[in-house]
Write a protein that binds this ligand. Structure first.
Ligand code: FES
Length: 112
């Protein structure tokens, strides 16, 4: 068993204006990560044996971002707002059911 039941990594990479590739921070990922972290605390899910939310640097799926990945399953998501994150929290993190509508393919150009 893992130290954390679920471990979420949010890309919060910020590229300079005019960079060749987009970056997740341009889509609000730092603020949305902070919202998810506080929501998990609010629900009493944080800590050992529970859920951990961490900042990640670029995860190299920039064009599909903002992105986050949930372990131990290794399920990748994109999201737009707090409603999307709440759905991931309730369905996947709490109930163990990945949210297919927000899921990214496991392989480049492949189905989830
Ligand atoms: S900037 Fe987020 S995946 Fe690259």
């Amino acid at each position: 068993m893992s130290y954390y039941r679920k471990h979420l990594f949010f890309c919060t990479n910020q590229r300079a204006e005019g960079a060749e590739r987009p970056s997740c921070a341009q889509c609000g990922s730092p603020e949305l990560r902070a919202w998810m972290k506080s929501r998990i605390k609010e629900l009493g899910l944080a800590g050992a044996g529970g859920v951990r939310v961490n900042i990640a640097g670029c995860l190299d799926r920039c064009e599909l971002g903002p992105v986050l990945v949930v372990y131990p399953e290794g399920v990748w998501y994109t999201y737009i707002d707090e409603d999307d994150l709440e759905e991931i929290l309730q369905a996947h993190v709490i109930e163990g059911r990945p949210v297919e509508r927000l899921r990214l393919p496991d392989a480049p150009d492949g189905p989830p």
